[in-house]
Design a protein around this ligand. Sequence first.
Ligand SMILES: [Cu+2]
Length: 193
Amino acid sequence: MSILFVLLTLQVSAALISLAGTILVIAVVVFLMASSSSEEDKYTAKHKVYKVRGRYFFALVFCITVLLIVSLRLLPYPNSQMPPGNTVTVVGAQWSWKLAPGEFNKKVNEFTGKNEITLPVNANIKFVVTSVDVNHSMGIYNSKGDLMIQTQAMPQYKNELQFKFQQPGDYHILCLEYCGLVHANMAGIIHVQ
Ligand SMILES: [Cu+2]
């Protein structure tokens, strides 16, 4: 229920921002129409339009720059300084997840791991995610069933994802990309303590 509420709130916010943008565009058009008279020659009208367009452009650049700086600061990525021991390799396969501490740099089909791992709470963890066969998607859920993070598990490619578990407990790994018959049974568990 709370997820739905958050989504609706985000949608409503997006709709309001779009509405404000639309009203701004209409206001500019109305202003141009109101401030131009039929006797005006082409040259004067063009000059006037270019003047407003220039101001509008700089205002837009200013707004976008401010929003970009604010939103970049809010990105949920921890900074990349972390002890090397906090790296976990995750390998997806039809149809299981395998996890082991450290980054695995040999051939991926030689990787041996378990479908569960224990990780420390409140530490930056780097997941290095790949696949031995087809595309999978690693989604990590908390005990309430909320999706915390996700990234693709792709053959011959490593995706890195950083995350800090702020609550101890059991987190579940599920596959978010249909990968064949037993896709739904692809499950792993992360014990955070
Ligand atoms: Cu799958």
